[in-house]
Design a protein around this ligand. Structure first.
Ligand SMILES: Cc1cc2nc3c(=O)[nH]c(=O)nc-3n(C[C@H](O)[C@H](O)[C@H](O)COP(=O)(O)OP(=O)(O)OC[C@H]3O[C@@H](n4cnc5c(N)ncnc54)[C@H](O)[C@@H]3O)c2cc1C
Length: 508
């Protein structure tokens, strides 16, 4: 964002702390300068001590500013390329805190970011100079085992939810890296190892408690505010702050069969063709991905002679009995005798963490792009193979995710999510270490996606998008004939675009 970057580079826009406020009350532990906070129009707004004090005293959680002890650790987000400094962070403790913070941001016209798990690749959950509503302390999960219903607070992670549900033999379909936030994942869709059997995360949302821009807390479900409920399932954080999600859960025993086979990258083309054919007839219990990458240098998981060498991997889980899973996934292990085969029975909780180490928080720079494809043509495979051979960082990769079963059986109009009928999601992830390599690593996914698009814009997955400000035309194209409905819903629930730090749908 141009305005944000300007603020970040010109710290002089902040008021100088001439008068240092020494706080007597318990709400703040460090001296408090007069603060200038960024408005949503880019103006610096001066907020006097009393105003901030009043806000802090109304919060059960903490109000942090740049001098606070916890500020530095709290402001950081997962993507190391995002380095922003909000003026205020409201660490919310409960729904009332969220209402207070939303009312404050709206009343003072502040630039506002909302943070759940902080894993937005584009860095939407923070900002320079504005205010962040941080829900990370609101991570409680409660499970109604008999009703198979799970309530999840807006700051919970996948690990929080998976641990609580698996403790009683249940599961909610979600994503596959355990410290990802449930909030952003669900609002954008939610694609994981259970998708083909039980659908996307948003398909299993029963209701959501939402604090809207006017500070009201409403419940959205099929019965109440169905328009809002429709939009929340796939159009991101545009419509309010979700303080609690209620999901449908399913029985899943802790032990599952997990397949992970690595082939020499020289056979990428034929492995991808095989993956395409296998996926078309695989039972719904199987959800998989093909991944093209390079064996990471220095890794203890792979023999050193393979480090830096290209691979193509097929990885996935069977949601059912271990024996049946081993049997029906055997063709994946038999094909072409893999270089390495990590397939084994494991627990669902472990499967959810299989990729955790590849995505360390704060250490790497990440730039991701994606594209839904109706089919995986031979031409598309040729393009993938060609670009895989040119990835600038050995930590990067291309994932090809087959989607079918419960995802594609649902009507396209069931909710806002775009791309439901596509059979494949191409997910290109640039992951690298040094700032000097930014340009090459940002160009690589962009080039690959535009080569696959062949000059036309295709739908992308909101949650795998690094672009901080999508053009209106891109969003319009992405949602197609759902776009005007989304604009009308945005206008109804957030007419001033208070919630604008997301893949934004403008209210007019
Ligand atoms: C390592 C990694 C692995 C991933 N794996 C998967 C995967 O397997 N499957 C998949 O589908 N996706 C996956 N994703 C993508 C993930 O779904 C998105 O990055 C998602 O936005 C993360 O949500 P979050 O709450 O952590 O993010 P945040 O950065 O906190 O927020 C993301 C967006 O949601 C908004 N938001 C956050 N909380 C709320 C709330 N309570 N109410 C309203 N709006 C809110 C924010 O304002 C922001 O616009 C992965 C991402 C990462 C980084």
């Amino acid at each position: 964002m141009v305005i944000s970057e300007r603020l970040f580079h010109q710290q002089s826009l902040y008021c100088q702390p001439e008068t240092i406020y020494t706080c007597q009350s318990s709400w703040i532990s460090t001296p408090m300068p007069d603060l200038c906070v960024m408005s949503h129009t880019g103006k610096a707004i001066e907020l006097p001590d009393e105003t901030l004090q009043k806000l802090a005293s109304r919060l059960h959680g903490d109000l942090l500013h740049q001098e606070s002890n916890a500020y530095e650790t709290t402001r950081k987000v997962w993507n190391g390329i995002i380095n922003k400094h909000p003026a205020l962070i409201a660490c919310c403790h409960d729904q009332n805190d969220v209402i207070t913070a939303v009312n404050f941001a709206r009343t003072h016209n502040l630039l506002l970011a909302v943070r759940g798990g902080g894993h937005s690749v584009a860095g939407h959950s923070t900002c320079d100079g504005g205010m962040v509503i941080d829900l990370s302390r609101m991570n409680h999960v409660s499970v109604d085992q008999a009703a198979r219903v799970v309530h999840v607070e807006g700051g919970a992670t996948l690990a929080d939810m998976d641990q609580a549900t698996q403790a009683v033999g249940l599961v909610v379909p979600a994503g596959a890296v355990s410290d990802t936030g449930i909030a952003g994942l669900t609002l954008g869709g939610g694609i994981g190892w259970l998708r083909n059997l039980w659908g996307l995360t948003c398909d299993n949302l029963l209701s959501a408690d939402v604090v809207t821009a006017d500070g009201q807390c409403i419940t959205a479900s099929h019965a109440e505010h169905p328009d809002l409920f429709w939009a929340l399932r796939g159009a991101g954080g545009n419509f309010g702050v979700v303080t609690r999600f209620t999901f449908r859960a399913y029985p899943l025993k802790p032990d599952v069969w997990f397949t992970a086979v690595y082939h020499d990258g020289r056979y990428m083309k034929e492995v991808l063709q095989f993956y395409r054919e296998y996926s078309a007839t695989a039972p719904d219990e199987i959800s998989t991905a093909a991944v093209c990458g390079q064996f990471p240098p220095g890794s203890r998981d792979f023999p050193s002679e393979l480090h830096g060498h290209p691979y193509v991997m097929i990885v996935g889980m069977y949601a059912g009995s271990v024996e049946q899973g081993q049997k029906v996934m055997q063709p994946l292990r038999d094909f072409r005798k893999p270089l390495i085969d990590f397939s084994k029975p494991t627990t669902h909780l472990e499967a959810q963490k299989f990729f955790d180490e590849d995505y360390p928080a704060g250490e790497l720079r990440y730039y991701w792009k994606s594209l839904f494809l109706a089919e995986l043509s031979n031409d598309a495979i040729d393009t993938l193979v060609d670009h895989a051979s040119r990835q600038p960082s050995p930590l990067s990769g291309i994932e090809i995710l087959y989607s079918g079963g419960a995802v594609t059986r649902l009507d396209d109009d069931a909710c806002a999510f775009a791309g439901r009928k596509a059979r494949f999601l191409i997910f290109v992830e640039s992951n690298w270490k040094e700032a000097q390599d930014n340009d090459a690593n940002i160009a690589w996914p962009c080039d690959l996606i535009s080569a696959l698009q062949g000059g036309t814009e295709g739908s992308f997955y909101l949650n795998f998008s690094s672009t901080a400000e999508e053009k209106e035309s891109t969003m319009r194209h992405n949602y197609g004939n759902k776009y005007q409905k989304l604009v009308a819903i945005k206008k109804r629930y957030d007419p001033t675009n208070l919630f604008r730090l997301n893949q934004n749908i403008k209210p007019s």
